[in-house]
Design a protein around this ligand. Structure first.
Ligand SMILES: NC(=O)C1=CN([C@@H]2O[C@H](COP(=O)(O)OP(=O)(O)OC[C@H]3O[C@@H](n4cnc5c(N)ncnc54)[C@H](O)[C@@H]3O)[C@@H](O)[C@H]2O)C=CC1
Ligand SMILES: O=C(O)C(=O)COP(=O)(O)O
Length: 413
């Protein structure tokens, strides 16, 4: 069986390289993000006689064209939380597995935001910038303790809820707004976004990028915030109208902001950065580093590389976001056929007819479906080198319902 090759972009941590190397996946690394045409070119430059894996972080966009142009692309690893940069519907329609790391960097984001809350409350960056300019601006005016102040969290998921617990440990009152979720500690939900904005001294955004959250904080929402309050965004750049934010800061309606994510971000380390917020001392600007700690990146590298390897080895989809959740364990006898198909009535009987006609015994079979697609794992007592196995795979792949059919790398033979 030919070795899989992985193209890893955006400085994915060496733990991923190590995991892949241990599991016989050949790694090709590119430091920055790539545009669609370059990405297709880079993937096509890899050997096309085995499965291909693409590893990205938040910057690389993977539109439908990539799946159409590179049929050998078996899976995409988002070595981060967000998967908004990937056309998930197109991935699913092509039977491509997308895997991410939903927990590993959440603590890092929550810690950065908590630090920023204190830095904003003390006007630390403005005072520091003054010192750098040679000005001794020693004053208590406008500086506050965070104890007793209200932190409003928009999006009370993995990050928002951790931030909530950490903020309460500092004596802050926590309010949150989410479409679902259960409060931790003494945090209180708000019935509307506007209610939260009007009650909070600090507002921190922790929603994913969706059609509902894009532009969620515009001029009207900023106007609803308390005079002198601060806005923190470490979610996605499109959630906040940056020009409206700048206007509110310049007008003195908002006291400060900490912004980690931007509507448009540079592709590579060392690239030029620009933003309407540059030059405002009351704003902490960071280059999308919420999840960038050694701890988080090392853990993400391992987690996603392991999920991708398990998927190649046995068809297990734990940690996946596009394929039905299924783990049939290791291959116990012979080989495993991994088939992804359109979820329409009669699929199983069509595939089983092919298997039945072949007279090959089935030693294990597992099926899972989501709305539009199904994942079928079939164990057969044939070795990887057995021509009958390859005939069987080709016959199943040729069925019009099949999207993708392969032999799992793991073999018990
Ligand atoms: N700055 C950075 O480096 C990082 C940024 N992120 C961003 O943070 C986001 C949040 O991460 P997690 O907390 O792990 O995600 P999560 O999925 O655990 O939580 C998101 C929460 O937002 C809520 N939500 C979704 N749409 C909403 C809406 N329209 N109104 C109100 N609430 C809504 C959900 O119900 C959920 O509780 C990620 O999607 C990612 O974009 C994540 C990690 C690092
Ligand atoms: O995990 C996420 O969603 C992030 O935004 C972190 O992105 P990054 O891996 O730093 O490009």
């Amino acid at each position: 069986m030919n070795s899989p090759h992985a193209l890893l972009l955006e400085n994915i941590h060496t733990t991923a390289h190590e995991e892949f190397a241990r599991r016989g996946v050949v790694v090709h690394a590119v430091p920055g993000a790539l545009g669609e045409a370059q990405l297709i070119e880079a993937l096509r430059a890899l050997p096309q006689d085995g499965p291909l894996i693409l590893g990205i972080r938040s910057k690389t966009r993977v539109p439908a064209g990539v799946f159409a142009a590179v049929p050998q692309l078996e899976a995409v690893g988002a070595f981060c939380i967000g998967t908004d940069q990937i056309d998930l519907s197109a991935a699913q329609a092509s039977g491509v597995g997308v895997f991410n790391a939903p927990f590993s960097n959440t603590r890092s984001v929550a810690e950065l935001v908590l630090g920023e809350v204190i830095m904003l409350a003390r006007q630390t960056f403005a005072r520091s910038a003054a010192c750098h300019r040679g000005l001794w601006h020693k004053s208590a005016e406008g500086s506050h303790e965070v104890r007793g102040k209200t932190l409003g969290i928009v999006g009370y998921g993995h990050i928002g809820s951790q931030l909530s617990v950490l903020a309460e440990s500092l004596g802050m009152k926590v309010r949150y707004y989410d479409i679902l979720s259960v409060p931790l500690g003494n945090a209180q939900p708000c019935v509307s976004l506007i209610e939260l904005l009007s009650l909070s001294d600090f507002v921190s955004l922790h929603v994913p990028d969706t059609e509902h959250t894009r532009g969620m904080i515009g001029g009207d929402e900023i106007a609803a915030m308390r005079r002198g309050a601060a806005l923190i965004n470490a979610s996605r750049g499109g959630v906040v109208d940056i020009d409206a934010l700048r206007d509110a800061l310049v007008a003195g309606h908002l006291g400060g902001a900490a912004i980690d994510v931007f509507p448009s971000e540079p592709a590579r380390v060392g690239d030029v950065f620009d933003s309407p917020l540059r030059g405002l001392d009351s704003v902490i600007l960071t280059p999308h580093i919420g999840g960038s700690t050694e701890e988080a990146q090392a853990s993400i590298g391992r987690e996603v590389a392991v999920s991708l390897s398990h998927y190649l080895d046995s068809g297990a989809t734990l940690g996946g976001v596009t394929l039905p959740l299924l783990d049939a364990g290791p291959v116990r006898s012979g080989s495993r056929i991994v088939n992804i198909h359109r979820n329409v009535p009669g699929v199983l009987s069509k595939i089983n007819r092919v298997l039945g006609d072949s007279q090959v015994n089935i030693t294990g079979q597992s099926l899972a479906t989501v709305a539009s697609i199904g994942l079928l794992l079939v164990d057969v007592p044939l070795g990887h080198g057995d021509p009958q196995l390859h005939e069987l795979v080709q016959a199943i792949a040729a069925l019009p319902v099949s999207l993708r059919t392969r032999v799992a790398r793991q073999s018990a033979a």
